[in-house]
Each structure stands twice: as C-alpha cells, then as structure tokens.
Write a protein that binds this ligand. Structure first.
Ligand code: ADP
Length: 244
C-alpha cells in the first residue's frame, strides 16, 4: 500500500499509505503495573489487553482499587508500566526520554481530572489559551472560539475559576484539554465532583465532542449515567479487564 501513487500528487500517495496502515489509537498487550510500597509489591494492572480505534468513546468502570486510574496514567504516559506493551497512536513510550514523552503528551493527549486543576489566578480564557501556548503552535483563535462555543462558556471567559460553578470549571478544563486537538482525551472521573444537572451537561458535551469532532475519549467513571453515554463499556476487576 505504501508505494501506491494516486492522482499524481505526493499528498494523495501519503493519504493512501495512511489508510493502508491505520493504527489503533491505543493498543496494549499484557500490560502490567506493580507499585512497590516499602517492601511490598502492589499489583495494579495484571495483564491488560486493550485496542481502541480512533473516534471511539469508551467508559472504564470497576470497583475502587481495580486499576482504572493506573491504566489511564499509563496510557497518558504519566506512569511507566512494569511490563507488556503500550502503543498510543503507534508510539511506544518506552523508547522516549522524559522530554520526548512530555512533548508527545502535549501534542496528542488531553487530560481531564475530577478536580479541574485550573490555574486560580488566570481567567477561563487564559486557562484555555495557555494550553495552546505551552504546546508551542501558538494561539489558534478559530479553534478557541469553536471549543468555547461547543462547551457553552463563551460568556464566562473573563471570569476566574472562583467565580465559576463546578460545572463551568469542568467545562473550562475540558476546553483546555481539547483546544490543541489532541488525538486522545483521557478523562478521570470528570463528573466526580458535580451535581446531577452539571454532570448531565458535562456528559452531553463530551458526547458532542465525540460525535461532532470525532474526538476519541477514554473516561473512567463510577457514575452509571456517565458510563451510559459512552459507546463502549470496559469493566475492570483486580487489575484486569473482565468484560468489554
Ligand atoms: P482505581 O482507579 O480503580 O481506584 P488505582 O489504579 O488507583 O485504582 O489503584 C490500583 C491499585 O494500585 C490499588 O491497590 C492502589 O492502592 C494501588 N496504587 C495506586 N497508585 C499507587 C501508588 N502511587 N503507589 C502505590 N500503590 C498505588
């Protein structure tokens, strides 16, 4: 497939070669992670095999301590696995040094956490825009506007986090996570701190991001309603996937 040349342009050839070798966005094989606490080994992942294609919206559920957050951290390159293989967009973190992993994360992965993690001294606008500046590609006003519009925060952009509700703060955090067009959005209990109404709003926005932007999302949740907005449900227990 790699050498096929269509319509006489290099671009067409490149497109064909990309179709020919479409990689899953996530691929893990016998992934393990064991934490060492003093002299005790704490196994958190015990052989996880997972393949996720671009455009999927996955929810990962399971009892506390079953390894959900560890899986998300390993997929996001925040924690090194103990064994097995993990590829994100075809890239293996094992071959990267810290600087390369950081760069990869900035360009390919967006994170949303339960606690929003907004910078308290910056307005919503600057909390979002800073992600574009850190990434290094500069400010993209069109993308910024599109994301702010989709997340319903255009009239809140000049407020600092303390003047926003929890639901609004989480929507700003999601805007920050997706403004650089990451290939993968990793969300760790995004509705964990929200009341029912705000949870529903945040979930419907994640749903829209997935549907309208084809944003790939992997979301950890305890909330059955949150799990039900995803297309695919992964259940974990004792560091393994028990149903998919
Ligand atoms: P979940 O997200 O499903 O609650 P975690 O991935 O947080 O599960 O934890 C899986 C297991 O790993 C648990 O036994 C937990 O106590 C342990 N664990 C998680 N993080 C650490 C850490 N940084 N150091 C030591 N043990 C950890």
């Amino acid at each position: 497939m790699g050498s096929i040349f269509l319509a006489g342009t290099e671009e067409a050839a490149r497109e064909v070669s990309q179709i020919g070798c479409m990689e899953p966005i996530i691929s893990t094989e016998n992934l393990t992670k064991t934490y060492r606490v003093g002299k005790v080994d704490v196994p958190a992942l015990r052989g996880v095999d997972l393949v996720v294609q671009e455009g999927e919206f996955l929810a990962v559920v399971g009892p506390s301590g079953c390894g959900k957050s560890t899986l998300l951290h390993v997929l996001g390159g925040l924690t090194r696995p103990s064994g097995g293989r993990v590829l994100v967009d075809g890239n293996d973190f094992r071959g990267m040094n810290d600087a390369q992993r950081t760069k990869f994360r900035r360009h390919k992965i967006g994170f949303v956490f339960q606690r929003y993690n907004l910078l308290p001294t910056l307005t919503a606008r600057h909390n979002i825009a800073i992600a574009q500046h850190i990434q290094g590609d500069g400010f993209n006003p069109h993308r910024f506007e599109t994301v702010a519009e989709m997340l319903g925060i255009k009239d809140k952009l000049d407020r600092k986090p303390y003047a926003l509700s929890g639901g609004e703060q989480q929507r700003v955090a999601i805007a920050r996570a997706v403004v650089c067009e990451p290939k993968l959005l990793l969300a760790d209990e995004p509705t964990g701190n929200l009341d029912t109404e705000n949870s529903q709003l945040v979930l419907s926005m994640l749903r829209n991001l997935n549907r309208d932007f084809r944003q790939t999302i992997l979301m950890i949740t305890h909330n059955p309603e949150a799990a039900s907005v995803a297309d695919r449900l992964i259940r974990m227990r004792d560091g393994q996937i028990v149903s998919d």
